[in-house]
Design a protein around this ligand. Structure first.
Ligand code: G16
Ligand code: MG
Length: 217
């Protein structure tokens, strides 16, 4: 039996949301916008362009296209500075166990991330070789909640959408997985991810038996 297992990156494999937050916060401060952690929650899984648009809307600011582009570049530079310091210790608990279980059972594994920095991050934490396919922000034209990223991720590992399982931490990402007709597994709080087929606080709560049942059903 074979299923396609598709992993989101930020918030599922590593916690880079804290670095996105620091970088966006610095940018917002420069624009005299007060940007909170609660607002940052709404940027999870959302593309870089869309994130900046939202921050500007919240801060009631309009800026020129030129400045918009400059700020996007600056934000990414700041973010890359944090990424450069990452190592294996930042892989979230039990992610290696789950990947190992799936590999041992010969299940195809794909990445489906909105980030344009996905490959850099996977290399930094040394798990890039665990993925049979990597689909990220460079490969899509429509951002989550559009299902495009997961549909391409499935195609790359030759799996039909209905035979795929998606691990996601964001509201938009779970919506995307559902729209793709895949099984959605929320990683995080039930309050936020109630629209997922299953929700676990983190991978330590997901047993090998549960993974086995996903493969066999
Ligand atoms: C991630 C984050 C988002 C971020 C987006 C784009 O998505 O959750 O907060 O805005 O990528 O990232 P970048 O600026 O690196 O291209 P995911 O889908 O991995 O959770
Ligand atoms: Mg995410």
């Amino acid at each position: 039996n074979k299923k396609g297992f598709i992993f989101d990156l930020d918030g599922v494999i590593v916690d880079t949301a804290k670095y996105h937050f620091l970088a966006w916060q610095k940018l917002a401060k420069g624009l005299d916008i007060n940007f909170t952690e609660k607002e940052n929650e709404q940027l999870k899984g959302v593309s870089r362009v869309r994130s900046l648009e939202k921050i500007l809307t919240w801060g009631n600011k309009t800026i020129s296209d030129q400045l918009f582009q400059d700020l996007m570049g600056k934000k990414n530079e700041e973010y890359l500075g944090y990424i450069a310091e990452m190592d294996d210790s930042e892989i979230l608990p039990d992610v290696p166990r789950v990947l190992q279980y799936l590999k041992t059972n010969k299940q195809p594994i794909s990445l489906g991330s909105a980030s344009k920095n996905a490959r850099t991050i996977l290399e930094r934490v040394h798990i890039i070789s665990d993925f049979d396919a990597i689909v990220d922000g460079n490969d899509v034209s429509k951002a989550k909640p559009d299902p495009e990223v997961f549909l391409i991720a499935a195609k790359e590992i030759n799996m039909k959408p209905e035979d795929c399982i998606v691990f996601e931490d964001s509201v938009a990402g779970v919506e995307a997985a559902n729209a793709a007709n895949m099984i959605s597994i929320g990683i995080g709080s039930k309050d936020v991810l109630g629209h997922a087929d299953y929700v676990f606080n983190d991978f330590t709560e997901m047993s090998d038996d549960f993974l086995k049942s996903l493969i066999e059903n």
